[in-house]
Design a protein around this ligand. Sequence first.
Ligand code: ZN
Length: 407
Amino acid sequence: MPICRICKKKKLSLVFNYKKNAFAGSLLKKSQIKNEKKFDLKLLYCDNCSHLQINKLVDPGLLFNNYLWETGISNSNIKLINNLVKDIKKYTNKRKKNNFFEIASNDGSCLKIIKKNFDGKIIGIDPAKKIAANANKNGIYTINKFFSAKNSQIIKSRFNLFNICIARNVIAHVQDPVDIFFGVKEIIEKDGIFILEFPHLLNIYKELQYDNVFHEHVGYHSLKSIIDICLITDMKVINVKKINSQGGSLRVFISKNKKHKVSRSVNKILIEESKIKLFNKKIWMNFNSKIKNNLNKLEKLLNNLHKKNKKISVYGASGKGQSLLQLIKNSDKIFDKVYDKSKMKQGLYTPGTHIKISNPSNIYIDKPDYIFVCTWNLIDEIVEEHKKFILNGGKFIIPFPLPKIIK
Ligand SMILES: [Zn+2]
């Protein structure tokens, strides 16, 4: 029986059953396809604290040691980091050195930009072997480990305290978010700031982003769920901002100094969350039929095109979308190829559906009629980069909130 990862109660209700799925982030070599394992995936709602999460506890080592997502790969992501730097400057002291720590620092892209802007100690931690090694090669000191309250003790004794701790797109991935908060509390100064970025549950609900649910995304957070964790760990949310990332995210600023002034934006977003009844069980029970409805429409659209012998490929081999491809019936027959900019992914096969991943430059050789965009959150960037595909008569398909063809 699974327990809620925030309140630790065993009162979880089923929102949607994704059935057996392969890990969305684990792309395969051809030889690995026959030994691929699939695991149960269910989206659950906590009757006690309203937290949304998945059921399965999968060994995080299995999930992330071979994780291939690289921060530096997307231009929009670099823009977001520059914007983060601006926000950080409101909380740092210009005359002093400011020390930074980043949890799940990935390829070091974020810390590299931080390094250009601030003077001080800069340390990252990331569990993915290959990616952490690359970051170290590029001059960003990166510990190849999972961050936890236990590891925070070792980090503190080795590096002392930090002014700013950043965790971008990581809180959704962790089995025990409360433990992460306790760890951060341990390594930041008395007036240190913990900055979190994560896809906002509000958008997942409003825009029906059910592709956000996969084994690597354990919990789906709101401002309320972050405040709930702060109450347990004796910390305080002092500011929040909406950012254009992952289909709509929040950037939350947390302090362990309880006397810190709280920005008005905190109350504003809390009101917005409660206005659409985000913590009401009924809306999540209805989410089930909304997902089924969207999936039916999508399958109908794709099957019709497939029957007309249209050549359909996919853009984006990120985790997001891989649970969607696994939900769509006959994905392996409907889709020809998956295009992705990451060189690390090219030549590999998608999890569960086993479609070959290829360099987007091949779009102009393969000439698909339609490209189904799994990384729909980057659609503007993709359209900009592939104007030529549209000019040649190609069409993009996006899945949410309603399946739509972009000409
Ligand atoms: Zn709970």
